[in-house]
Design a protein around this ligand. Structure first.
Ligand SMILES: N[C@@H](CCC(=O)N[C@@H](CS)C(=O)NCC(=O)O)C(=O)O
Length: 415
């Protein structure tokens, strides 16, 4: 009879339990939740990786508990003594190291990694803080490993295997050779740990980064380049073919209605650059309020009308992404953020969007699904409305919905 199902994905905490299943030769099915989100979330609505279900519905979450359970499930006393400890003191030291790695290093990592990877809005202060917290953990490990061979005992234990997987994961994703060289004792230790049969073949070491990933502010699209690119292929085509492809008469593109409002003094493109390149709260937002002109632009609260029909947060966020793509025709007159708040099966979409003019319709109606949203004009002379706009654009605090603070799980920027 199968010994259960382990749910993992390509995120860091999944590597240890799946390596253990293989190493211990357990009859456990390993399911990649990226391929089967639905059945995973049905059983584990929090959606945290890893998760485990035994044959009689015995459920486990938390990487440390799952790792401990898998080793004990094997029922091999020698393996258990090595991986989980042979004495009370060894067990406690292994637990100590696992807990430190899991609650300090593994918690600091995703925030700055996701910011560097462009998957979370970049905030220099938070990014630097989390990075410093990660480095502080590395210092603790470096100190330990310059005095001892392993993290907790005299052999490779669960503590070493766990940190080993996170070290490999972060070296593939973020950290380069120079960073690793700052921790020579850890690098030496890693060579031994990665050679342990439990981790053999789990990571492709040739994928370790050479340079550490740095934050690069997104580049503004250059109109000149786009023009150049569209001209080039035409020039390379034989004349006759180019002629044949030419439409008989080029119909004039109708002007966007907001074009009729003329050029605004508020430098929208400068603002978009500021927002992308600077810390939102301390630098970008003060700049915005200094330059904003409410006679030229208006700012709207946008609420999705059918929050009850939303299911998984990532699907709600895809919906926001689709809406923004459909607004492309108006984006040069607009800026804003829309966020998904709440949890899977209990979430909603809200945002604050600035647009040229005082009427929302001309900007939004280019998107066929614009009627799925409610629009309410915000009063930027009112502190509460201003705070709502700041919160939507900084997207770093819970949003208050019907008097209740709701965590923001994801979002998109329209720019
Ligand atoms: N305390 C949990 C944390 C689990 C966790 O945060 N896992 C990450 C992957 S390493 C995850 O599922 N992140 C996705 C999310 O938080 O939605 C544990 O120790 O297992």
């Amino acid at each position: 009879m199968s010994q259960g199902t382990l749910y993992v994905n390509s995120l860091a905490r999944g590597y240890l339990p799946s390596a253990l299943v293989k190493y211990l030769g357990l009859d456990i099915e390993i399911v990649d939740t990226e391929k089967d989100q639905e059945s995973f979330l049905k059983q584990f609505p929090l959606g945290k990786i890893p998760a485990f279900v035994g044959p009689e519905g015995f459920k486990l979450t938390e990487v440390m508990a799952i790792a401990y359970y898998l080793v004990n499930l094997k029922g091999d006393e020698n393996i258990k003594k090595v991986l989980c400890g042979a004495t009370l003191e060894e067990e406690a030291q292994i637990m100590r190291s696992l807990s430190f790695t899991n609650s300090e290093l593994a918690v600091a990592f995703p925030t700055f990694a996701l910011m560097l990877l462009g998957k979370l809005p970049y905030n220099k202060k938070i990014c630097d803080e989390k990075r410093a917290a990660f480095d502080a953990c590395m210092d603790v490990f470096e100190q330990r490993l310059s005095e001892y061979t392993y993290l907790a005992t005299e052999e490779v234990s669960l503590a070493d295997l766990f940190l080993g997987t996170l070290y490999a994961f972060s070296s593939i994703l973020i950290f380069g050779a120079e960073y690793r060289a700052k921790y020579p004792a850890i690098a030496r230790w890693f060579k031994t740990v990665i050679a342990h049969p439990a981790l053999a073949g789990v990571f492709d070491l040739s994928k370790f980064r050479k340079d550490t990933l740095q934050y690069v502010a997104p580049k503004k699209e250059s109109k000149k380049e786009t023009k150049k690119e569209t001209k080039k292929p035409a020039a390379e085509k034989p004349k006759a073919a180019a002629e044949a492809e030419k439409p008989a008469e080029q119909p004039k593109k109708p002007k966007h209605p907001l074009e009729l409002l003329g050029k605004a003094t508020f430098p929208l493109d400068d603002w978009k650059r500021k927002y992308s390149n600077e810390d939102t709260r301390p630098v970008a937002l003060p700049w915005f309020w200094e330059h904003y002109n409410p006679e030229e632009y208006s700012i709207w609260r946008v609420d999705f009308k059918y929050n009850d029909e939303l299911t998984l947060c990532f699907m709600s966020n895809n919906q926001v992404g689709g809406f923004m793509e459909r607004l492309t025709g108006s984006v040069k007159y607009m800026f804003g953020c829309m966020v998904v708040y709440g949890e899977d099966r209990n979430n909603g979409i809200v945002g604050a969007i600035m647009l040229r003019g005082q009427d929302y319709a001309p900007a939004f109606e280019v998107a066929p699904d614009w009627t799925s949203y409610d629009y309410a004009k915000l009063d930027t002379s009112n502190e509460e409305d201003k705070e709502f706009i700041n919160n939507m654009w900084a997207w770093d605090k819970p949003v208050v919905i019907n008097g209740e603070p709701r965590e923001i799980s994801d979002g998109k920027v329209l720019k």
